[in-house]
Structure formats: structure tokens, C-alpha cells
Design a protein around this ligand. Structure first.
Ligand code: HPA
Ligand code: ZN
Length: 342
């Protein structure tokens, strides 16, 4: 007979919306600063944590980019990814599709080679070391030019065996998806999968544009689709996955409180929703913490939780390893969701 689940048996899940730079915990940031001789403008980890009071996406991004100054060597990126994978594994993550922001490093004089090789040192062995399979998704900064995105895609060409897809992140409002039409066409021609942040702070029209102009297969956030019933109907009909990040939405004030989160209404509408952590070091929790938070705040029952876990694997880019996906899905179906594990 199955035991009620404790924290040693968290819900098996995939994480599909995770910025690796957003996993930089204050303790690791200070350790890397010391290792690299970087001066940080905060006295200690407590003072840094005090700065995590965000008004909106931009106020978070300002800090997120500033703290990246400590990431300089391959080993830094390796340590960052290893720390994330260990935490994710402890919270039941079996598969992680991980974003990184090359432009934020290239602009500081850190090469694509350093970033990708460093991350790969951890990711390439992760099924063995952490029991977590991984994919890497390279994001373009939408508040930079389309030309800069194209140059970044060019710089990534030697590493395409390690990069599964492209994404679009950073400041959304005023930077509609269509700006990146050509770079997404070029990415598709290289065989890369396509996702984009849309409808986090930006309007529902950005979601439509991401689908129609960029050809995205998955929408990151997509929360504001709920303002457009015809768009919701389309997303349901076309089974477009949405990678929601509930704790991020609260911290960036996209929703007032977790209890106001539209996740239950989105599931009721038939949307293919997933629950993810976005930038867990900044927003108060990893993938399992997000599951626990929505279960408690929104009163999601066992079958809704199973649906979220199942969706995470269905929405993942595991088409090149269907055997693995089937194994993960079987684990979800066998799991007893009546307990209270994250
Ligand atoms: O939540 C986010 N939104 C947009 N860009 C980002 N880059 C890191 N996190 C985010
Ligand atoms: Zn994000």
C-alpha cells in the first residue's frame, strides 16, 4: 500500500520555464563574487535579500542583470547549474528545459563558449548526477535590437548540438514579438524549437503575434490570454501549452495575491497549463514550492495536480526521447496525489 507522500517523494514533474541566471541564490552570488574579486553593492546576503521587493518586471530585471556580474568563468556557470539541478531534483523535477540569456553575458565580455560549455559541464552529466534530464533554450533579450538577436544566433551556431530551442524574454511592453520575425525564421531553419514570453505584462495581442509571426510552440506565461475569450478558445483548440509561474506573478505584481491567480479558471477553460518557477532565487520558491503554493492557496485537488504534472511532460520537448517521456508519464499516473508533498 502506498504511504501518504512526504517530502522524500515529491510530485514527479518537468520544469519548462526556468531562467538559469534566476537561480543565483545570494549565498552563491557572494561566494562567486569573492572567487572572482567582484565588488557587490550589498553588504551581505541579508542586505541583498532585502532588495528583493519588486514593483514590476523591470525592477526585478534591473537587479537580475546587475547580480550577473559575479558569473565570469565556465566553473561559475557549472556551479550555478549544478546548484539548481540539485534543488530541482530534491523537489521532484525529472526533466528541466532551461533558459539562458547569452546577450546579458556577451555584453559583459563573457563569451558564448564560456556560458554554454560551463552550463554543459553540469547539464551533460545531469541524468547521472541528479537524475534530471535537461534541454537548453537560448533566449533573446527583447529590449535589445533584432540585429543583436541575429548576431547572438550566429554566435550560437557552433553549439547547436547543445541548444534545443530559442526563447524571448526581458522587458515585454513596447517590444512586441514581430520585431524578431527574421531571427525566429532563421532559428526554425536551423531546426531549433521556438518559445517566447508573451502575455506576462504585455497584452493578449502579443500572444497571438508570438503564435502567428514567430511560430512558437509554447507560450511562456501567457497569463493575459484570459482577457480575450477568442484567444483562449484558440489556445485550447490548438493545445498550446502555457508555462505559468505563480510565485513570480505575485512577486512581480502581475496578480495581487496567489489566491487571485487565474490558474483554476485557466484549467477549467481547458488550457494546457504547467506550473514553473521562473527565477526561483528571487521569487521565493522552486518548482515544488510553486506546486505547494498553488495547491494551498487555490485548493487544487488531486486530479488537478495530476493534470499539472502530466501537462509538464506533455508540453516538454522530449520528442527526441519518447521512451523517457513515457516513463515520466507512467510515474505521474502511478503517483498518489492525495498526500501533501510539493
Ligand atoms: O519573468 C521574466 N520575464 C521576462 N524576462 C525574464 N528574464 C528573467 N525572468 C524573466
Ligand atoms: Zn520567465
Amino acid at each position: 500500500m502506498k504511504r501518504p507522500y512526504d517530502s522524500s517523494m515529491p510530485v514527479p514533474k518537468a520544469e519548462l520555464h526556468l531562467h538559469i541566471e534566476g537561480t543565483l541564490e545570494p549565498e552563491l552570488a557572494f561566494a562567486l563574487a569573492a572567487r572572482n574579486g567582484v565588488d557587490l553593492p550589498w553588504a551581505d546576503t541579508d542586505a541583498l535579500r532585502e532588495a528583493y521587493r519588486f514593483q514590476d518586471l523591470q525592477s526585478f530585471l534591473d537587479l537580475y542583470y546587475a547580480l550577473m556580474a559575479v558569473l565570469r568563468t565556465e566553473r561559475d556557470f557549472e556551479d550555478l547549474a549544478d546548484a539548481y539541478l540539485a534543488r530541482a531534483a530534491a523537489q521532484g523535477v525529472r526533466h528541466a528545459e532551461i533558459f539562458f540569456d547569452p546577450q546579458a553575458h556577451l555584453s559583459r565580455g563573457v563569451s558564448m563558449d564560456t556560458v554554454v560549455e560551463g552550463l554543459w559541464r553540469a547539464l551533460g552529466r545531469s541524468t547521472r548526477t541528479h537524475g534530471v534530464s535537461t534541454r537548453l533554450i537560448m533566449c533573446f533579450l527583447r529590449d535589445e535590437s533584432a540585429g543583436s538577436a541575429m548576431a547572438t544566433l550566429d554566435a550560437a551556431k557552433p553549439y547547436l548540438d547543445r541548444i534545443t530551442g530559442v526563447g524571448l524574454d526581458s522587458a515585454e511592453v513596447g517590444h512586441p514579438p514581430a520585431k524578431f520575425r527574421e531571427v525566429y525564421e532563421a532559428a526554425a531553419a536551423l531546426g531549433l524549437r521556438r518559445v517566447a514570453h508573451a502575455g506576462e505584462e504585455g497584452p493578449p495581442e502579443y500572444i497571438t503575434e508570438a503564435l502567428d509571426v514567430l511560430g512558437v510552440e509554447r507560450v511562456d506565461h501567457g497569463l493575459r490570454c484570459m482577457e480575450d475569450p477568442a484567444l483562449v478558445e484558440r489556445l485550447v483548440r490548438e493545445r498550446v501549452p502555457l508555462t505559468l509561474c505563480p510565485l513570480s506573478n505575485v512577486r512581480l505584481r502581475t496578480v495581487d495575491t496567489l489566491a487571485d491567480h487565474p490558474l483554476p479558471a485557466m484549467l477549467d477553460a481547458g488550457l494546457l497549463c504547467t506550473v514553473n518557477s521562473d527565477d526561483p532565487a528571487y521569487f521565493g520558491g522552486y518548482a515544488g514550492d510553486n506546486f505547494t503554493a498553488v495547491r494551498e492557496a487555490l485548493g487544487l485537488g488531486p486530479e488537478r495536480l495530476r493534470e499539472l504534472a502530466r501537462n509538464s511532460f506533455l508540453a516538454s520537448f522530449l520528442e527526441d526521447d519518447e521512451e523517457r517521456r513515457a516513463r515520466y508519464l507512467a510515474e505521474v499516473e502511478a503517483y498518489d496525489f492525495a498526500g501533501d508533498a510539493p
